[in-house]
Write a protein that binds this ligand. Structure first.
Ligand SMILES: Cc1cc2nc3c(=O)[nH]c(=O)nc-3n(C[C@H](O)[C@H](O)[C@H](O)COP(=O)(O)O)c2cc1C
Length: 201
């Protein structure tokens, strides 16, 4: 398979997975995903990312229970009108059970002693995307989530974060229990412009 073909295939298959089998992920694979994540760009090559890899079942559950609590106490109501019913059910299932079933949860964090607060996210999201893309290439499922990070202090306590390191995303990693097709996206010409905004690509 050509390199371009492989990249196309992986990027089109990279989806939010919310159901996982109980098959473990090899430690060597986790290490490779982390290494590929760190190939991402960051402002001034500051590399402010810190990845807390959680595999202990009780600790994983505690993290996902934060998201489940927020979902039940307002997140679901706020999302009900915005999401198509199938997606709403899938998101609800992920937060109530599916994400916690993944054998690995990675909390992607920003070290503010390296990034400052204002551009922390800009220097973290490319690494999170690299991690998920590499996982897809390994046949693994992931999902970028942020809901549990809203309860920052509780999440901080669960994984022992110092005050200088903030959690920005929580990503489950595991073997998908469902095969998802290609991602569905609006046509590029609804989101791209030639020279000036409004000149459709
Ligand atoms: C910032 C951000 C936060 C997200 N938070 C959640 C979340 O809390 N729960 C969830 O199930 N999916 C979450 N997602 C995943 C999106 O729902 C998903 O990427 C999007 O709907 C596209 O779906 P697809 O990956 O199936 O193509 C989040 C994605 C982003 C970028």
């Amino acid at each position: 398979m050509s390199e371009l073909h492989a990249v196309r295939s992986v990027l089109r298959r990279q989806r939010a997975h919310r159901s996982f089998t109980d098959q473990l992920v090899d430690e060597s694979v986790i290490t490779e995903l982390l290494e590929l994540a760190t190939r991402a760009p960051s402002a001034q090559n500051s590399q402010p990312w810190q990845f807390v890899v959680v595999q202990e079942p009780a600790r994983r559950l505690a993290i996902w229970q934060l998201g489940a609590r927020l979902w039940e106490s307002g997140g679901a109501a706020a999302s009900k009108e915005k999401l198509p019913p199938t997606m709403f059910d899938d998101v609800a299932q992920g937060l109530s059970a599916g994400f916690a079933q993944a054998p690995v949860t990675v909390v992607v964090c920003a070290d503010h002693t390296r990034s400052g607060h204002s551009n922390a996210g800009s220097s973290i999201w490319p690494a999170a995307q690299n991690l998920m893309t590499a996982a897809t290439a390994h046949g693994l499922g992931t999902a970028l989530t942020t809901i549990s990070t809203i309860l920052t202090d509780e999440l901080r306590t669960i994984i022992g974060l110092p005050a200088t390191v903030d959690p920005l995303a929580v990503i489950p990693i595991g073997h998908p229990a469902k095969v998802l097709g290609s991602s569905r996206r609006e046509p590029v010409n609804e989101h791209a412009h030639r020279e000036e905004y409004g000149n459709v690509w």
